[in-house]
Design a protein around this ligand. Structure first.
Ligand SMILES: *Cc1c(COP(=O)(O)O)cnc(C)c1O
Length: 365
């Protein structure tokens, strides 16, 4: 089997975890500080605040920015439930736009969604490619300047030379076990806003500025030094990871372009793609294989293909019927979620494996 994700823990992480274990200080401490410095460098921001996971990072970011009940947050239907769950968790209303040809929030879908309650936009850099942030900002400028990035899949991606996580008001990353950088469970918020960063540090730690100096009711959103130690060594090799995933994407672009049923992904002008996923849109035609049959056949042939995501996130009863979910027309998201599939792109693939993926797809076309 050629797996769609492969978790390889670098030797340096074993050593750093050992260091933390021997220190006896397992909770948030010096290793989390190193993790935060690396996150800020990755996003090109003044601040990074580590938290327990990528979902809580979005909750914390919205909460610290004062987003709550009565506020509307516009987001994309082509995302993982975490994005929507975080909006609902802070008590805000989720409003859905449609997506563009890169599967990201389409600025053109935004004007009709704006109301006097529009408080923020939360685009997702899906599959590792930055959304059209300037287009989004321009489309909503009369209503809000708050643009929050869900960069959970986009470590090291850039747009017009600026890093994901540093493109808007604030951004969030996930370090879940299968993300490009990982530590099992982990997350961070990146921002240049000093006030927002200071409030996040307080909220994360029970609302305390110093020990027992409570500024407001808070939470325990902390990351552990133990988890941070797994992630810290990976930032150094991020450029190599990105280069290797780009080379794999280039290989697919060269060898799959002959199949007219496949619409291959590419980086939009000005974007460096992090290639968290290599996601193809199947143009179903009369007499050709369906998306679901293709994914099943690929897996039968030993190619770990998967669907991210099978439906727009609002299209489940628990969200569709939710009083704080506002669904409008998103034909492009409906169509894309019915026709996309992802194939292995990770940096541990061997040339023969890439060739095998191409050959198996060719046999099924
Ligand atoms: C993984 C992911 C999250 C959530 O991150 P966790 O660390 O799993 O909580 C949020 N948004 C997107 C787009 C993701 O892919």
């Amino acid at each position: 089997m050629i797996p769609i994700t492969k978790v390889v823990i670098p030797e340096a992480a074993h050593e750093l975890v050992g260091e933390v274990l021997r220190s006896g200080s397992l909770a948030q401490g010096a290793m989390v500080e190193r993790f935060e410095a690396a996150c800020a460098a990755m996003a090109g921001t003044d601040h990074a605040i580590a938290v327990g996971n990528g979902t809580v990072a979005i909750v914390a970011m919205l909460h610290a920015a004062g987003i709550g009940p009565g506020d509307e947050v516009i987001t994309t239907p082509a995302t993982f439930a975490a994005t929507l769950n975080a909006i609902l968790e802070v008590g805000a209303t989720a409003v859905f736009g449609d997506i563009d040809d890169h599967f990201n929030l389409d600025p053109q879908s935004l004007p009709e969604l704006l109301t006097e309650r529009t408080a923020a936009v939360l685009p997702v850099h899906l599959y590792g490619q930055c959304a059209d942030i300037e287009g989004i900002a321009a489309a909503v400028a009369d209503h809000t300047n708050s643009i929050f990035e869900d960069a959970a899949q986009a470590h090291g991606a850039t747009r017009n030379g600026k890093e994901a996580g540093g493109l808007g008001t604030a951004g969030t990353f996930s370090f879940y076990a299968t993300k490009n950088l990982f530590c099992g469970e982990g997350g961070c918020i990146t921002t240049n806003d000093d006030t927002l960063a200071a409030r996040l540090r307080v909220l994360r730690n029970q609302g305390m500025r110093n020990r027992y100096e409570y500024l407001e009711p808070g939470y325990n959103w902390r990351l552990t030094d133990l988890a941070a130690a797994v992630a810290v060594p990976q930032f150094e090799t991020l450029p190599a990871l990105l280069a290797s995933r780009q080379a794999n994407a280039d290989f697919y672009a060269t060898h799959l372009s002959e199949f007219s049923q496949l619409r291959l992904p590419f980086a939009a002008a000005g974007n460096v793609h992090a290639w968290h996923q290599y996601t193809i849109e199947l143009r179903e035609q009369e007499g050709t294989i369906s998306r679901d049959s293709l994914v099943a056949a690929l897996n039968d042939a030993g190619v770990g293909a998967a669907v991210y995501y099978p439906r727009p996130v609002y299209a489940y009863d628990c969200y569709f019927d939710h009083p704080r979910v506002r669904v409008s027309n998103a034909p492009r998201a409906e169509q894309a979620t019915a026709s996309v599939f992802s194939i292995p792109i990770h940096q541990h693939l061997q040339k023969e494996e890439l060739q095998r993926v191409v050959d198996v797809i060719g046999e099924l076309m």
